[in-house]
Design a protein around this ligand. Structure first.
Ligand SMILES: [Zn+2]
Ligand SMILES: [Zn+2]
Length: 765
């Protein structure tokens, strides 16, 4: 059947070629959730000889005008010419998206089963999506005039906003330093009109900032000499420059992976090529960028989510034009066009933040590997705890593993103890033994790090009279008690309310602890530590304590300070930061990950525990790690106790192989959600029915499970169901989806339901 379809299409093409009157036709991807591309005519006044693939064009679409991207300039169409519309204008003079990125995005659209136009719009910086020119946006900066420096703020009378701006510019930090609009936006709201008034009064002036990028110092600081393991890794990778190979750099914490990265990057830069460095969201700190700048003597561009649109465009352009030779960025930096890319590097390749969890659900790691393969350049996947998928690829000889097993300098690995807390009374999450060890380490003048992956005061509030629990009204989850903010907050939907003064059910007054917190969050542990160690300084680092811009960086600085005795926090503390004075790490509970509905939870728990453990004793002093658990006999925990990530993974591999779970098979998760309780289930059932219209051999190559309710069935007021497709063959999955998704899209009731396809899902929720 398919063959005949193709041949008739072919005939149609020939017919058209025969009698066409030579209009210039282009194929355009438009930013709409549609799987096809659209043909347009380039009308006569536009010089069609300049149109190339990858240029943006303004096109009519329904009653709208949209900015699309030219994907080809075939002179052919399957449609009657009178049905085609004319483009409005060509926006670019040169392609905004080069050929290699077009190739990558086309592959992504196919592999992730995502509408092509949306993939393209996802890959462009926001300003280019809006049709702005591909030019650096040089915004004038503002500074005080001499007169502005002298004038008293009071003289501005009741012009409150102007006084505020003047005060800000006069603050010791800011004097006579030009402030870019983006900097001002961070400090002040709606400042533009008042700034104009101040300019009219001659108190401030506009100046051109000298450069958008701070370039590197003239002389790079030399790298630390590499030890033999590091040198071997660097040499092996350097020898493969100019051809494609995937390296897994597995280095225990403190083994100096970054030194290896920089040694290789230096070589690439010296060859006149550029480097893309992808890091997890939380790993991209000003300190990391500083460190790269110091050693590489190169102009470095940066891309991450908290930059504004102008900053993002400028950095994107700097890489495209090769004005910058290194790009350090989070996930979406993978789409940046490079003039001459020579190496891709992913730090913490196992990190969940490399996978986008909504919209275009791609893995930046997997896309990066594809990009390096297309470009015939090497890629490095670095981690202390590589993902099972990556290790499986090593076993299959697809990737090459390089190991760093020695800690830099004289540092040795910490001792890890499992502390059985089954028969113990915990005081606010701390066993007597752990408290004693904390005391001993503090008495020696050392620093202690405590890890609890749960923020807030307590995960639930309970009425001891009637058993009422603080359920979120919109989710199958509890409200977390936030004592300091005096709020109940849902961590899943953002819903919040004041802490009730009486029980909503039995109306018992909560004055005498009838309403009490159950369980432990970082805020509560902080409170009890303050009572146990009144003369010690405690620093809590979690999402609540680092909400403001720059707060995480300043807290991490503070953490290294000799005055800070106890660090307490969630996984924000675990990742990549170096705290040289920490000798004791306490993990308050290891049990969250052991028995979870998600089969990846134990892998994540192990990675997290080893990462936290790696914070202990990184310099001269031997560290100690204490893990509180109710399951000390668990074989996975025993592996971790011996620092044996390979054994830990071996046990997980056995588990996964027996259950035929990834990496021994591949998954696609089809999710559906709606406010109406029945709708998602009905849609998925109907979707499953449609497989009857697909050739049986294609359907039978894939196991389809469900539909069944998602582990958290109700979230943010919506009911969620899912269907899991599993196969040992990626192509079988792709083939099924290719025929199946159009059938689901044409189901009558799908509009009421939000549904999505997740290829290689990383979370089952
Ligand atoms: Zn009650
Ligand atoms: Zn909620």
């Amino acid at each position: 059947m398919q063959d005949s379809l193709f041949s008739s299409e072919h005939q149609q093409d020939n017919n058209l070629k025969g009698n066409q009157t030579n209009p210039f036709i282009i194929q355009v991807a438009v930013p709409k959730p549609l799987r096809q591309i659209f043909d347009y005519i380039v009308p006569a006044p536009i010089n069609n000889s300049t149109i190339q693939m990858g240029m943006r064009v303004l096109v009519p679409f329904g009653r709208q005008q949209l900015i699309g991207v030219v994907l080809s300039t075939h002179q052919e169409t399957n449609f009657a010419l009178h049905k085609l519309k004319n483009i409005v204008e060509v926006i670019d003079h040169t392609p905004c998206i080069p050929d290699d990125i077009i190739e990558l995005l086309t592959w992504m659209s196919r592999y992730y089963q995502h509408p092509i136009g949306e993939v393209y719009s996802h890959a462009l910086p926001a300003l280019l999506r809006q049709g702005k020119p591909t030019e650096l946006v040089v915004e004038n900066a503002w500074q005080l005039t001499v007169q502005g420096l002298r004038v008293e703020t009071e003289s501005l009378g009741r012009a409150v906003k102007q006084r505020l701006i003047l005060d800000y510019l006069k603050s010791a930090m800011a004097q006579r330093i030009p402030h870019t609009p983006s900097q001002l936006n961070q400090a002040l709201d709606n400042w533009r009109d008042s700034m104009k008034r101040l300019e009219e009064k001659g108190l401030v002036e506009q100046v051109q900032p000298s450069s958008i990028f701070t370039s590197a110092p003239a002389i790079a600081e030399p790298l630390h000499p590499l030890n033999s393991e590091q040198q071997h890794a660097a040499d092996t990778i350097r020898a493969s420059l100019g051809k494609h190979q995937t390296f897994v750099l597995e280095g225990i914490t403190g083994s100096g992976k970054t030194e290896v990265y920089m040694q290789v990057i230096l070589e690439v830069i010296q060859r006149g090529q550029q480097v893309l460095v992808l890091v997890p969201e939380i790993g991209l700190t000003p300190q990391l960028v500083e460190r790269f700048k110091r050693h590489l003597n190169a102009t470095i561009a940066v891309l991450h989510s908290s930059m504004n649109d102008t900053e993002r465009l400028n950095n994107w352009l700097a890489i495209k034009s090769a004005d910058a030779s290194v790009l350090i960025g989070t996930r979406s930096a993978i789409f940046t066009p490079f003039k001459n890319l020579g190496l891709v590097l992913i730090d913490e390749e196992h990190d969940l933040s490399l996978k986008q969890q909504d919209g275009l659900r791609y893995s930046a790691r997997d896309v990066a590997i594809m990009r390096a393969r297309n470009a015939e350049i090497p890629i490095i996947l670095g981690s202390a705890t590589p993902s099972l998928e990556t290790l499986y690829n090593v076993e299959q000889n697809r990737f090459t593993k390089l190991e760093l097993n020695k800690r830099a300098g004289d540092a040795i690995l910490p001792d890890i103890h499992l502390l059985d807390v089954r028969s113990q009374k915990l005081e606010n999450g701390l066993s007597a033994q752990l408290t004693q060890r904390i005391r001993e380490h503090l008495e020696r003048g050392n620093q202690v790090l405590l890890f609890l992956n749960r923020r807030g005061f307590a995960p639930v509030l309970m009425c001891y009279e009637c058993g009422w629990l603080s359920h979120c009204s919109r989710c199958d989850a509890f409200f977390t008690l936030h004592q300091k903010a005096q709020r109940l907050r849902c961590h899943h939907c953002g819903n919040e309310q004041p802490i009730p003064t009486q029980c909503p059910d039995c109306k018992t007054n909560g004055l005498h602890n009838e309403l009490s917190p159950v369980g432990m969050g970082t805020e509560r542990v902080e409170e009890s530590l303050a009572e146990l160690f009144p003369d010690k300084t405690i620093l809590r680092i979690d999402r609540d304590s680092t909400r403001k811009k720059g707060e995480l960086e300043s807290k991490l600085e503070q953490a290294k300070d000799a005055k800070t005795d106890i660090l307490l926090g969630t996984q924000m503390l675990a990742k990549g930061h170096h705290f040289p004075r920490v000798t004791l790490v306490g993990i308050l509970s290891a049990d969250q990950g052991l028995y979870s509905a998600d089969f990846r939870a134990s892998e994540r728990m192990g990675q997290l525990i080893l990462q936290v453990a790696g914070r202990a004793g990184r310099e001269k002093q031997r560290g100690e790690v204490i893990i509180q658990t109710c399951h000390p006999e668990d074989p996975l925990l025993e592996d971790l106790q011996h620092h044996s990530y390979p054994d830990f993974c071996k046990d997980l591999f056995t588990e996964r192989e027996q259950a035929a779970l990834p990496p021994f098979s591949y998954h696609v998760l089809i999710r559906a959600e709606a406010i109406d309780e029945m709708a998602p289930m009905e849609l998925l059932q109907a979707a499953r029915q449609t497989t009857n219209n697909i050739e049986a051999s294609i359907v039978e190559a894939v196991e389809i499970y469900g539909p069944f309710p998602a582990p958290m069935t109700r979230r943010a007021g919506r009911y969620r169901y899912q269907m899991l497709c599993q196969s040992t063959n990626r192509n079988s999955l792709q083939k099924l989806l290719h025929y199946w998704l159009p059938l689901i899209e044409s189901l009558p009731n799908r509009k009421k339901v939000k549904w999505s396809v997740d290829v290689d899902p990383q979370e089952m929720y």
